[in-house]
Design a protein around this ligand. Structure first.
Ligand SMILES: *Cc1c(COP(=O)(O)O)cnc(C)c1O
Length: 358
C-alpha cells in the first residue's frame, strides 16, 4: 500500500485537499458522479455507493426480498463476507463445490437447488468471472435471483460483458486490497433495477427520504466522500493497473513449470483482472516457507473453507462435504501480482518457485 501511495501521492493528496477545503465530507457531488462513472464503466443503469462490499451483498439481497429461511447457493471457498452477508440477513448459506478454476460449478449448483432456494451467489474469485452462461441457464430454469459477489473482479469480462452486469445485483468491494481500491473501507452495488437501487440507497442512510423524514428504519452504510473522490481518480488509472497485473500473470504462465505448478488456464471467453494469481501445488506449506526464506511474500486465499468456519457451525456441514474446495485449500498459494512489482521481481519469484521443485 505504501508503494502504491508513493506512485500516486500527488493525485491522491490533491483529491483529499479538495474535499477537505470544500467541507462536504458526507454526501455531495463526488458520490453521485462516481456512481455515474461506475455505471457507465460496468454498463449498468444504477450504482449505489456504499461503505463496503459486505454491505453491498447484505443490503442488495435484502432489497431483492431475500430473508428469513431463504436459501442462497454460493461456493465454499470465498472470503468470509460472502457467507456472512447471507447469514446476517437471516437467510441460509447453501454451498456448491467448485471447478479447477476455484469458481462455482454450475452442475453442483443445479444439484443444490431446493424449493427454498431463492438465489445463487457466484463469487468471481481471483479476478475471473464464474462460468455465467451455464449458471444463468440454471437460474432461469428454476426462477432464481442472481447476486454477484464481484468484489475481486471489477473490470473483469466474460463474453464481452463486465462483472456486475449479469446479476439482479452486482456487489463490489473497494477495500484497499482490491484492484480498484479506496484508502479505507468502501464498496458499491450495481443493478439495472431502479427500485432495488432506490431501496438500497434508502437503507444506506437511515431510510431517509428528506430532511428528518424516514420512510423505513435503515442503516449507516454510506461511502465517505473522501473515498469517492479518491476512487474517481483510481477509476482513471484502473486500466493501467489491470494491464500491469495481466502482464505479470502472463509472465508467470510463461516461466512457471507446468509439471509441478497448476495454473487454471484462461478461457477464450474471459478477461481476467488478476486480483490474485493463484497456483495449486503439492507441498504448498513447504513452498511458502521456501519463498519466505527468499523474502518473497505469498498468501493463502483462503485457508479454511466457509462451511468449516466456526461461524458456520449452526449449518451442520462437515469435512468431506465439498472435496474439491477442501483439496484446493491445501494446495492453493497466491503469488505476488500487485502493480508496483517489476518484471524482474516476477521472474525472480517464478525462478524461486521452480527451484523449489528442482
Ligand atoms: C473483499 C471481499 C468481500 C468483502 O468486501 P469488504 O469491502 O471488505 O466488505 C466480499 N467478498 C469477496 C470475495 C471479497 O474478496
Amino acid at each position: 500500500m505504501a508503494a502504491q501511495f508513493t506512485e500516486q501521492r500527488d493525485e491522491i493528496m490533491a483529491r483529499v485537499e479538495a474535499v477537505l477545503a470544500e467541507g462536504k465530507l458526507v454526501g455531495g457531488p463526488d458520490i453521485e458522479i462516481l456512481e455515474q462513472e461506475i455505471a457507465e464503466f460496468c454498463g449498468v443503469a444504477h450504482v449505489v455507493a456504499l461503505n463496503s462490499g459486505t454491505d453491498a451483498l447484505a443490503l442488495g439481497m435484502a432489497a431483492l426480498g431475500i430473508g428469513e429461511g431463504d436459501e442462497v447457493i454460493l461456493p465454499p471457498n470465498s472470503f468470509i463476507a460472502s457467507a456472512a452477508a447471507v447469514a446476517t440477513i437471516g437467510a441460509v448459506p447453501m454451498f456448491a463445490d467448485v471447478c479447477d478454476d476455484q469458481n462455482i460449478d454450475p452442475e453442483k449448483v443445479e444439484a443444490a437447488v431446493t424449493p427454498r432456494t431463492k438465489a445463487i451467489m457466484p463469487v468471481h474469485l481471483t479476478g475471473r468471472i464464474a462460468d455465467m452462461a451455464p449458471l444463468l441457464d440454471v437460474t432461469e430454469r428454476h426462477g432464481l435471483l442472481v447476486v454477484e459477489d464481484a468484489s475481486q473482479s471489477f473490470g473483469s469480462r466474460y463474453e464481452g460483458r463486465l462483472a456486475g452486469s449479469f446479476g439482479d445485483v452486482g456487489c463490489f468491494s473497494a477495500h484497499p486490497l482490491k484492484n480498484f481500491n479506496a484508502v479505507g473501507d468502501s464498496g458499491f452495488l450495481t443493478t439495472d433495477d431502479g427500485e432495488v437501487a432506490e431501496k438500497v440507497a434508502k437503507m444506506r442512510n437511515h431510510g431517509l427520504v428528506g430532511k428528518g423524514l424516514s420512510e423505513s428504519f435503515g442503516y449507516v452504510s454510506r461511502m465517505d466522500t473522501l473515498q469517492a473522490a479518491i476512487l474517481r481518480y483510481k477509476l482513471e488509472v484502473l486500466p493501467g493497473v489491470i494491464e500491469r497485473r495481466r502482464s505479470y500473470a502472463a509472465l508467470y504462465r510463461e516461466y512457471l513449470d507446468p509439471e509441478h505448478v497448476f495454473m487454471a488456464p484462461e478461457r477464450d471467453v474471459e478477461f481476467n483482472t488478476y486480483h490474485t494469481f493463484v497456483i495449486q501445488v503439492d507441498c504448498r506449506d513447504e513452498l511458502k516457507a521456501h519463498l519466505e526464506e527468499q523474502q518473497i511474500g505469498s498468501a493463502i486465499h483462503y485457508p479454511l473453507p466457509l462451511h468449516l468456519q466456526p461461524a458456520a457451525s449452526d449449518f451442520g456441514h462437515k469435512a468431506g462435504d465439498f472435496p474439491v474446495t477442501e483439496r484446493q485449500a491445501e494446495r492453493i498459494l497466491s503469488l505476488p501480482v500487485h502493480q508496483t512489482l517489476g518484471q524482474d521481481d516476477v521472474r525472480r519469484v517464478a525462478a524461486t518457485v521452480n527451484s523449489f521443485f528442482g
